[in-house]
Design a binder for this molecule. Structure first.
Ligand SMILES: Cc1cc2nc3c(=O)[nH]c(=O)nc-3n(C[C@H](O)[C@H](O)[C@H](O)COP(=O)(O)OP(=O)(O)OC[C@H]3O[C@@H](n4cnc5c(N)ncnc54)[C@H](O)[C@@H]3O)c2cc1C
Length: 391
């Protein structure tokens, strides 16, 4: 078995892991960044990046310019009755979100990590966390293409950035996992009438389900959301058919749900979208991104939290001049993390409950007809609570 030593091993090269790898490598640490996937790859995600995310990308100098992304100037909330309301984002571009496909976004971030000096190992899956007594001291990984292979990467610090249901967290800590009967899905669809989708993100609600539609590249829109597991099972796993069963017959989304043989338009799914919050229980590890905690996906805050969480973890390590994460540092990090994100997570859960109940949303949209500006004010308020993080 190959055996090598690093200052840090980062497990998972999504936005959290790649950002953390870049920040630590810039400080002269030897960093191994491992991921089971090869980049570029698709990922179930609405691909909406908040204004705070764009600010962080610039502050952290991660070389993902806004010019790569599709501008979003308004949010359309749409109930299954066909009633909808459009809320404009701030006119100032720096305070607007923008959308970028995860194939492009995640690739740019791992490239930034590599330029900073991190070593990227793709197609490599975590098999186990290595321990010495009660401390994590490395990881054992396996080549995805060769399950009989094995390699040990030793490091005084293991960063868990392996997303929801993190394997690293399962082995070294604990998490609260809310029960969920919800699955996630996503598809990129090339569209001829692109102008109809440009500059806005539309959120369509149906019973137990929401679907976000936004432009992610010229001529391409992303259709992404969550729906009840039951609907997926009843449609024998056919995502388009399951969505058609939940939406009204005359849904404006019909053209985006139709079968397609274009490889880009393949469906991607995530078997369970549950809210998760982790706790550190072993020195030598730090959890970031979804591995540390998730936020209701439909608010489009997860990637912002992934970037901001990596920044927080890297700066605490730097301030403490620490080569590892002892119990005190982990406690400080968890406290800061809660302070920064707990309010947004709670507000996002509230917004999610409204969108998954079309009757509530219909009521909201009806009120907005009688009281123009009401929904606008409410959405702006929710937006301020859920889509802002410190940068
Ligand atoms: C339906 C849905 C829609 C969403 N829409 C948005 C949105 O519009 N905007 C937004 O900001 N957020 C959105 N999110 C949330 C966002 O996708 C996540 O918050 C974000 O991806 C978290 O980044 P991460 O780096 O922590 O984890 P991930 O992006 O999940 O990356 C984890 C990486 O770890 C790798 N990995 C996992 N296990 C292993 C292993 N054992 N060994 C090696 N590698 C491993 C994976 O291959 C992956 O590359 C959405 C989520 C869902 C479910």
């Amino acid at each position: 078995m190959l055996n090598d030593a690093w200052d840090v091993v980062v497990v998972g090269a999504g936005p959290a892991g790649a950002t953390m790898a870049a920040l630590l490598a810039r400080r002269g640490r030897s960093v191994a960044l491992i991921d089971a996937a090869h980049f570029p790859r698709q990922k179930v995600c609405g691909e909406y990046l908040s204004a705070a995310a764009w600010k962080l990308l610039e502050t952290l100098d991660l070389d993902v310019p806004r010019s790569l992304a599709m501008p979003l100037r308004s949010l359309v909330l749409s109930a299954s009755t066909g009633r909808n309301v459009e809320v404009a984002y701030a006119p100032d571009v720096a305070r607007q979100p923008a959308a970028l496909g995860r194939d492009v976004f995640d690739l740019r971030l791992v490239e930034a990590a590599q330029r900073a000096g991190a070593t990227l190992l793709c197609g490599v899956r975590l098999r186990a966390v290595l321990r010495s007594g009660r401390r994590a001291v490395g990881v054992e990984v396996v080549d995805v293409a060769d399950p009989s292979s094995g390699r040990e990467l030793r490091a005084p610090l293991i960063v868990a950035a392996d997303g929801r249901r993190s394997r690293v967290v399962q082995e070294t800590g604990s998490f609260q996992l809310a029960h969920s009967e919800i699955v996630g899905f996503k598809r990129h669809v090339p569209v001829a009438d692109f102008a109809a989708y440009e500059n806005r993100i539309a959120m369509h609600a149906a019973p137990g389900c929401y679907i976000g539609v936004c432009p992610v590249a010229p001529g391409v829109v992303n259709l992404c959301g969550t729906m009840p597991k039951r609907a997926m099972q009843q449609a024998h796993g056919r995502i388009g058919a399951a969505l058609q069963s939940l939406l009204p017959r005359a849904t404006p989304l019909a053209p985006l749900l139709a079968d397609s043989t274009v490889p880009l338009a393949a469906w991607h799914s995530m078997p369970e979208v549950a809210q998760q919050r982790s706790r550190h229980e072993m020195p030598g590890v730090l959890y970031i991104g979804d591995a540390m905690g998730t936020i209701e996906p439909l608010t489009g805050q997860g990637m912002t939290m992934a970037l901001a969480g990596a920044q927080l973890a890297a700066s605490l390590l730097h301030e403490a001049d620490a080569t590892t994460a002892d119990v005190e540092l982990q406690a400080r990090y968890e406290g800061e993390w809660r302070r920064q994100f707990a309010g947004s997570i709670a507000a996002a859960a509230w917004f999610g409950r409204i969108l998954r109940r079309p009757r509530l949303l219909q009521g909201l949209l009806a009120t907005s007809r009688l009281l123009p500006g009401f929904t606008n004010a409410l959405v702006q308020r929710a937006h301020r609570r859920t889509l802002t993080v410190e940068t």
